[in-house]
Design a protein around this ligand. Structure first.
Ligand SMILES: [Zn+2]
Length: 127
């Protein structure tokens, strides 16, 4: 059980790193566009793509902001630091300790499926 802990990271951290990757990808694409400036239409396409990716990452950042407001602040039982939880199960941002809001899930193996709507309804969640 304990070995599995490191696999999961906090959802907010995941989305945050996704947004960061998007910014870098956007800048990279614009740089590629700069290299293809001899072919004007190609450069324009690369630039538009790059700008769109950077804009999208801004949207993702705003989304994280609103998610953080909805997230429940808790003190992690394993590292005593403050962290935020999204959904019924999430992982600590600092030590990746799996956390749950649901007493029924306490002690169970951490699984993202506990956040799905299907599980919440009590239907078969094995697949
Ligand atoms: Zn922790």
């Amino acid at each position: 059980m304990a070995v599995q802990r490191l696999v999961y990271s906090s959802k907010i951290n995941k989305i945050r790193s996704f947004a960061l990757i998007l910014v870098f990808a956007g800048i990279l694409i614009m740089y590629v566009g700069l290299l293809t400036r001899k072919i004007e239409w190609l450069m324009v396409i690369f630039f538009i793509l790059g700008v769109l990716m950077v804009l999208l990452s801004c949207v993702v950042y705003l989304w994280i902001g609103s998610l953080s407001l909805k997230a429940v602040p808790v003190v992690c039982p394993s590292c005593d630091k403050h962290t935020k939880m999204l959904g019924r199960v999430d992982a600590c941002m600092h030590c990746k300790q799996p956390l749950t809001m649901d007493k029924k899930l306490e002690g169970k193996e951490f699984d993202e499926k506990y956040n799905t709507r299907r599980y919440a309804k009590g239907k078969d969640a094995t697949k």
